[in-house]
Design a protein around this ligand. Sequence first.
Ligand SMILES: C[S@@+](CC[C@H](N)C(=O)[O-])C[C@H]1O[C@@H](n2cnc3c(N)ncnc32)[C@H](O)[C@@H]1O
Length: 314
Amino acid sequence: MSEIHIPVLLNEVLELFSPFAGQKNLVYFDGTYGRGGHFKAIFEKFEPAKCYATDQDTQAIDQAKKTWAAEINSGRIEIHHQNFLEFVKAEKAAGIDMVLLDLGVSSPQLDQAQRGFSFNKDGPLDMRMNQKQELTAAKIINEFESEDLFEIFKSYGEVQNPARVIRAIVNDRTTKPFTTTLQLAQLIERVDGWQKKGFHPATQYFMALRLVVNRELQVVEEVIPLLIRQMQDKGRIAIITFHSLEDRLVKNIFKNSADGFLVNKKVIVPSENECKINVRARSAKLRVFQKGPEPEKPDKFALRRQQRDQNSGS
Ligand SMILES: C[S@@+](CC[C@H](N)C(=O)[O-])C[C@H]1O[C@@H](n2cnc3c(N)ncnc32)[C@H](O)[C@@H]1O
């Protein structure tokens, strides 16, 4: 069982937070602590006076509390087992300077068969990041109507035509409910077959179920405006996504906000080298938003005129 998670786009995140270097009394919020790779690097580089971290996964939080016991005792770090949306809704994020949301699941979550995220490993059809919530992937597959399954796989999984798989699910579940990941993955493989080399036919179906079980898109949509409202002027929000729908959502909210601007107009993606070292980085995309008015770009003609005047005067 892997306990390691390699933080994705770490250098790029540190670089985009670099305007905060050397500032006093910084407040940092990591909404997706995971195994704390980004958190530790940001803590060490920027030395914030106060840090908050949330994760809805109990294992992640248990480990975080052990790692940071001394700083939790001193009050410098607070760690909460909570959905980041609940934390922000409770106005606990007021006055923050730096926010990081590294969305999706961590490597330990994917690697542990019993969490039910992987179509390669047999485990319960679960997919809950928060093991205390009720809705599981099995509940969706066994109980949702065909048209709801269609919408889930089509809109969230971007599966072109999920109808045959849905018919097979609805047929099979009348005799035997779906309980395991391999039961579902094998049905999809049987019905859809391998259409793209190296790309398991269950990939998009599993992604769609995961997004719905954890309400991932809704949570992001709700949290961004609240974060923007609560953070300091010139505060920055960095969001890493792993799904095109999620990236589009983040980009549009940042772009359309009247309260700040996208720091990088072009999305930031991992280098080839990072993808070689960490295949899970492959689909990552980073966008960073800054609160407040965008600084005016220097007028190069005015600068040139100024230089000429200085030169001729001297
Ligand atoms: C990609 S991992 C983060 C890895 C982390 N940056 C690191 O370096 O170790 C995502 C983590 O965020 C958590 N998570 C995802 N959505 C969440 C939400 N809405 N609220 C709280 N935690 C969430 C997951 O449980 C998972 O542990």
